[in-house]
Design a protein around this ligand. Structure first.
Ligand SMILES: [Zn+2]
Ligand SMILES: [Zn+2]
Length: 199
């Protein structure tokens, strides 16, 4: 788990959730989704200016990068984006690179912060950026500090998972809860972004 701290008041900030997937299956989404119809969202830690909070935001490179990655994967070369090929077998890398390329070709919306779906965010790992802590006179939020890892039984088996599910364009549509091994499907609960306050 990562934490960020304000340089002035020492307030700590945590990511409210870290796992997100796209739903690529037939529409509309039902009560369950097959594992084959979900694709992990490519994310980096970000600061959402609309929510004034830490979250994950979509890290979407140009279509060209996805085409090149797919080409490299098919030629057996290693790739780091959209998947890290290092510990995967070759056929799996090609398959995943192809799925990401297909998704990228359909993607229309600019990258979003996954807390509220807005695009008013900045990535935490861009060194020239400084994130002003709004409540502080001279505090800046910085530093990713690793404080232990989360391991244990896989989510969705003994406790419900909390994996957010988005459509191709990053619109929040649900949450994956229980993994049904026998049918290879996830149970889902409907979920959507909070309506934006116009005041
Ligand atoms: Zn502060
Ligand atoms: Zn937000």
């Amino acid at each position: 788990m990562y934490t960020y701290t304000c340089s002035s008041c020492r307030e700590k900030f945590f990511l409210p959730f870290t796992d997100a997937c796209y739903y690529l299956g037939p529409k509309p989404v039902g009560k369950q989704v097959a594992d084959d119809d979900v694709l992990k969202v490519l994310v980096r830690h970000a600061w959402c200016r609309d929510c004034s909070s830490l979250c994950i935001a979509e890290d979407i490179l140009a279509l060209r990068e996805f085409e090149n990655a797919y080409g490299s994967a098919r030629a057996g070369r290693s790739i780091e984006y959209p998947v890290q090929s290092e510990y995967m077998d070759e056929a799996e890398v090609v398959g995943e690179a192809k799925r990401y390329l297909r998704w990228r070709m359909l993607r229309g919306h600019v990258p979003r912060a996954l807390c509220c779906g807005g695009s008013n965010f900045q990535f935490m790992d861009e060194p020239q950026m400084q994130i002003k802590h709004a409540e502080c006179d001279f505090g800046f939020v910085s530093g990713s500090m690793r404080i232990g890892s989360s391991c244990g039984s896989s989510p969705g088996v003994s406790t419900p998972a909390n994996i957010r599910l988005y459509d191709i364009d990053g619109e929040l549509i649900g949450r994956l809860t229980w993994w049904k091994q026998d049918v290879g499907k996830w149970d889902i609960e409907p979920l959507s972004y909070l309506p934006i306050d116009d005041d």
